[in-house]
Design a protein around this ligand. Structure first.
Ligand SMILES: Nc1ncnc2c1ncn2[C@@H]1O[C@H](COP(=O)(O)OP(=O)(O)OP(=O)(O)O)[C@@H](O)[C@H]1O
Ligand SMILES: C[C@@](O)(CCO)CC(=O)[O-]
Ligand SMILES: [Mg+2]
Length: 385
C-alpha cells in the first residue's frame, strides 16, 4: 500500500516576521501543494530511499546504518512530538554527508535532516521508498518548508499507530481535529530544523487551511467573506527564511524601542485586515472601499517590512511596476527576494492584469494567481501497489 499526503502552501496577508516575536499575523492557504508518497518495503529490504523530485536529489540509506547512527534515540514516539537536539542534528548531518550532498545545494540539506528526524521519530526504522514533489517554488516565501513538513508528517502518521484512518476510503480524505493537531505539532518540529525559530503560522495554515490569525502560538480561524484575489510574483531571487528571521531578531536587539513600535504597528495592520475580510459587503461600493483599505494596509505593511530590513531591490521593482497600474503590493513570507503579492481589486480588467504580468515578466519575474483559502492537509491510500 502507498500512502500519499498533500499539504498546501500559503500567503501571509499581514504580519510576517512580527509573528515570530509574538505579534499577530493573518495568513491564508493557497491551492498549490507539496505531495509526499510513502511505500513501505518488505522488512528484509534494508533500505530507506528518498527522492526529492523538485531539487533533483535522491538518497538511499540502509536501515542498519540509520539505526547505528541514531541508536541513542530509542523506539519511535509518534504520539509525542519531540524537538531534535543539536547533538542529533550532528548525527543526521553524518548520514547526509555520507551521501555526498552536492556543495551547490547545501542550503537544502536542512530539509533532509528534517526528513530523517520526522521519519525515524514517527515510523522508527522501517524500510520504505519515499518521494516528494511540489507545485510550490522552493524557498520563495510561499511556505514550501511548512508544506513539506506537514505533508511528510501526515503521511508518516497515517502509517503509525497514533492515527487510525479508514484506509479503504477512496480519494482525498481529511484528518479529524485531534489527528490534525498531531500532524501540525510534528510539522512544527520539522520547521524548527529548517527555520531555526519558526512562529508556527506556516505549518498551522498548511495543516488547517483557510484563513487564520496567529499570535504567540495560538491560531484563530478567520471567516473571510471577501472575494480575495492576489497576483503572486516570484522574483526568483533566492533567499533563506532562517537567515532573514535571524537578521530581524538582531535588528530588534540593537533597536528594541524602535522595533517595538514597528511591530505594534504591524499588529494593528493584521487586526484591521482580519476585521475587514470578515465583514459582509452590502454592495459594490462597500466592497471597493474595503479593497482600497486592504491595498493601503498592504502598502503600510510593506513600508514597515522595509524598515525591518527584509525588502530587496527585486521586491521594490515589483512594487514600483504595480504602482504604475495603481495596484498595491507587499512581499509575502520572509522577504529578501521570493514572492510579492499584488491585490487585484474586483473592478480591475483582465487586460490591465495581462499588461502588468507582461511588464513584470520583462524583468524575469514570473506572475500567477492561485486559489486562496482552500483545504489544509489531506491523505489518500492506494492499494494497487
Ligand atoms: N519540495 C521540496 N523538496 C525538498 N526540500 C524542500 C522542498 N520544499 C521545501 N524544502 C526545504 O525547505 C527549505 C526552504 O524553506 P524556507 O523556509 O527557506 O522557504 P519557504 O518555506 O519556501 O518560504 P517562507 O518560509 O518564507 O514561506 C529548502 O531549503 C528545503 O530544505
Ligand atoms: C518570516 C516568517 O514570519 C514567515 C515565513 O513565512 C517566519 C515565521 O513566522 O516562522
Ligand atoms: Mg519556510
Amino acid at each position: 500500500m502507498e500512502v500519499t499526503a498533500r499539504a498546501p502552501g500559503k500567503i501571509i496577508l499581514a504580519g510576517e516576521h512580527a509573528v515570530v516575536h509574538g505579534y499577530t499575523a493573518v495568513a491564508s492557504s493557497i491551492d498549490l501543494y507539496t505531495v509526499f508518497s510513502i511505500r513501505l518495503r518488505s522488512e528484509d529490504d534494508d533500505t530507506v530511499k528518498l527522492m526529492l523530485n523538485d531539487i533533483g536529489l535522491d538518497f538511499s540509506w540502509s536501515v542498519r546504518r540509520i539505526k547505528e547512527v541514531l541508536s541513542h534515540l530509542g523506539s519511535p514516539f509518534s504520539s509525542t512530538p519531540t524537538s531534535c537536539s543539536l547533538e542529533t542534528i550532528k548525527s543526521l548531518a553524518t548520514l547526509v554527508d555520507e551521501q555526498s550532498f552536492p556543495e551547490t545545494k547545501i542550503g537544502l540539506a536542512s530539509g533532509v535532516y528534517a526528513f530523517l528526524w520526522l521519519y525515524t521519530s514517527i515510523l522508527g526504522f522501517k524500510p520504505a521508498t519515499v518521494t516528494v514533489s511540489s507545485e510550490l517554488p522552493v524557498g520563495a516565501g510561499l511556505g514550501s518548508s511548512a508544506a513539506y513538513c506537514v505533508s511528510l508528517s501526515a503521511a508518516l502518521l497515517a502509517l503509525s499507530d497514533s492515527v487510525k484512518l479508514d484506509v479503504s476510503q477512496k480519494g482525498w480524505s481529511t484528518f479529524n481535529e485531534t489527528e490534525a493537531e498531531l500532524v501540525n505539532k510534528w510539522a512544527f518540529e520539522g520547521e524548527k530544523i529548517i527555520h531555526g525559530r519558526p512562529s508556527g503560522v506556516d505549518n498551522s495554515v498548511s495543516t488547517f487551511g483557510n484563513v487564520i490569525k496567529f499570535k504567540s502560538g495560538v491560531m484563530t480561524r478567520v471567516n473571510s467573506n471577501m472575494p480575495l484575489r492576489m497576483l503572486i510574483t516570484n522574483t526568483k531571487v533566492g533567499r533563506d527564511t532562517k537567515a532573514l528571521v535571524a537578521n530581524v531578531s538582531a535588528r530588534k536587539s540593537r533597536h528594541p524601542d524602535a522595533m517595538c513600535s514597528v511591530l505594534n504597528a504591524i499588529e494593528a495592520i493584521s487586526d484591521e485586515w482580519s476585521t475587514i475580510i470578515q465583514s459582509h459587503a452590502v454592495d459594490d461600493l462597500y466592497l471597493s472601499a474595503n479593497e482600497e483599505k486592504l491595498g493601503e494596509l498592504m502598502e503600510m505593511n510593506q513600508g514597515l517590512l522595509l524598515s525591518m530590513g527584509v525588502s530587496h531591490a527585486s521586491i521594490e521593482n515589483v512594487l514600483q511596476t504595480s504602482m504604475k497600474y495603481k495596484l498595491a503590493s507587499k512581499l509575502t513570507g520572509a522577504g529578501g527576494g521570493g514572492c510579492v503579492l499584488t491585490l487585484l481589486p474586483t473592478h480591475i480588467s483582465g487586460e490591465v492584469i495581462d499588461k502588468l504580468v507582461e511588464e513584470l515578466g520583462s524583468f524575469g519575474f514570473q506572475s500567477f494567481t492561485a486559489g486562496i483559502g482552500g483545504k489544509g492537509v489531506q491523505i489518500s491510500f492506494d492499494h494497487s501497489s
